[in-house]
Design a protein around this ligand. Structure first.
Ligand code: AMO
Length: 468
């Protein structure tokens, strides 16, 4: 599978299938991390994006010219190496220690230098030098070559694969909604405006209105993984101006129904990752780097998650915070510091349910069953999924009663006429429905232990950054 017109095998294949390849001729390509020796024989450490391997360059096989050229070659230059696969000499192990698994190398009969890397490297690949995040992001293409950074994106891809797998098995259809839109789904203050031919339009803040229309239109269950744009002025470790939102919407359902889907999807992702050898290697690379940075760093673990996740009502959350000495009144938002106090009781994933209606968007359903007891307090069917101090997801049952929806819009200072295309979806028989939106990068922060959302986003967009 890994063969191309340039190579017959990848480093990954050599690691896995090496035993059956001993004695056969292969061609591999890669970046040269370093060459040790170089007198009679040089040991080239090659990396190709699937893994590492060693190529042995003997002066007697390759000649003086090639060996000298290789000795002078800059790190990260690219090579094409052809030669026979051989069992690598096993490193010495101390008595009582288990022998490491066998490794294989390529004894070169031909080496071609494909490209020469410039010096100096703005970001060291194998050096242990600390580089600031901003410099790393300026040179993300190099940063990505580092094992633990590469590992983050392997995990990101696997998280999406297992998320998709879970939802597809639960009969959700994958959809794509427009990213050029005319009406704000998540409030009018954080929209990126653009000119769409001769009229104003915006970049989509979330697929909210369209995923609902898909369900109102008769698609029973839908999901989308796509970009969302928010012109927010936040400059924090967890906010970006472009992020990938993982959304679902389901018909004939309430908030609890879609919370069950969410917790089971996350538990499925964790459990599938814990059985996936690529994920295991990625986690090892991340842990190796974490412990190098800080020997007391807690290793990232892939454990089976227990479901259901705890459900904490907003009322209880306020009580927990107040009891822990936090100053908060009913009706106020829960800040990160306050969320810490709740997380002290619920250290893993936990839901906060039953938020005041005024804190939730217009499309969220009023939980009329609770309002009777609460007097003037208007409770919504909206929930958030939290981990520690960070919100992973928000969602809820949607308001499907068109008159209530129109009232909500007006109450929130919005003009129903601007939402005509959306409101029309409710005129001709609207099912109860519910859904959520999950910040992919925030979930990856939990999984990888990253302390900044930018670590797990390939080319982040924030207030200061639109390149690379
Ligand atoms: P909300 O606005 O809470 O809800 O967004 C859903 C999730 O998206 C992530 N998120 C962000 N991630 C990085 N940078 C940002 N600026 C950012 N803003 C949000 C968070 C958040 O929990 N339409 C609703 C969802 C729904 O009800 O279905 C919505 O967009 O992880």
């Amino acid at each position: 599978m890994d063969a191309t017109s340039l190579r017959t095998h990848s480093a990954r294949q050599l690691a896995v299938e090496g035993a059956s390849l001993v004695g056969s001729k292969v061609t591999v390509c890669g970046w040269m991390e370093v060459m040790r020796g170089g007198g009679k024989v040089g040991f080239i450490q090659l990396r190709d994006g699937t893994g590492h391997l060693q190529a042995v360059a003997r002066r007697e096989d390759l000649g003086d010219e090639v060996l000298d050229e290789l000795s002078a070659l800059t790190r990260e230059s690219t090579l094409k190496v052809t030669g026979d696969v051989a069992l690598k000499r096993a490193p010495k192990v101390r008595e009582g220690e288990p022998a490491p698994p066998p490794e294989y190398e390529v004894v070169a009969s031909e080496v071609e230098i494909l490209t020469q890397a410039a010096v100096p490297l703005p970001v060291g690949i194998v050096d242990r030098v600390h580089v600031e995040l901003d410099t790393r992001l300026d040179h993300r293409h190099l940063d990505l070559r580092r094992a633990h950074v590469n590992a983050m994106f392997e995990l990101r891809s696997l998280v999406l694969r297992y998320g998709r797998e879970f939802l597809s098995e639960a009969c959700f259809l994958e959809i794509q909604t427009p990213k050029i839109i005319a009406a704000a789904a998540e409030g009018g203050t954080n929209l990126f405006e653009m000119t769409y031919f001769n009229r104003p339009a915006y970049l989509s803040q979330s697929p909210q209105l369209y995923k609902q229309l898909a369900v109102l239109g008769g698609l029973d269950r839908v999901f989308e993984i796509g970009p969302a744009f928010r012109a927010e002025h936040h400059d924090t470790y967890r906010h970006l101006n472009e992020f990938v939102s993982f959304d679902i919407e389901m018909g004939w359902a309430n908030a609890e129904d879609c919370m069950i889907i969410l917790e089971h999807m996350i538990a499925h992702i964790w459990s599938a990752l814990s059985r996936d050898s690529q994920a295991e290697r990625a986690i090892q690379a991340i842990n190796a780097w974490r412990s190098e940075q800080d020997e007391d760093a807690v290793p990232v673990m892939l454990e089976e998650l227990e479901t259901p996740f705890p459900r904490v009502t907003y009322d209880d959350a306020i009580e927990i915070i107040q009891n822990a000495g936090g100053e908060i009144e009913w009706g106020e938002d829960i800040s990160a510091e306050m969320a810490d106090k709740i997380a002290a009781h619920h250290p893993g994933f936990h839901f906060i349910t039953g938020w005041p209606m005024e804190m939730k968007p217009f499309y969220i359903h009023h939980d009329t069953s609770q309002n009777a007891d609460e007097g003037k307090r208007v409770i919504s069917s909206g929930f958030d999924l939290m981990f520690g101090r960070d919100e992973m997801t928000s969602g809820g049952q949607r308001e499907h009663r068109i008159e209530v929806l129109e009232d909500n819009l007006r109450a929130m200072g919005l003009e129903p006429a601007d939402f005509g295309f959306y409101l029309d979806g409710f005129r001709y028989g609207a099912p109860q429905h519910a859904g959520w939106g999950l910040g992919v990068a925030r979930l990856l922060m939990v999984l990888t232990g990253a302390s900044n959302v930018r670590e797990v986003v390939l080319f982040p967009r924030d207030r200061r950054r639109v390149t690379p």
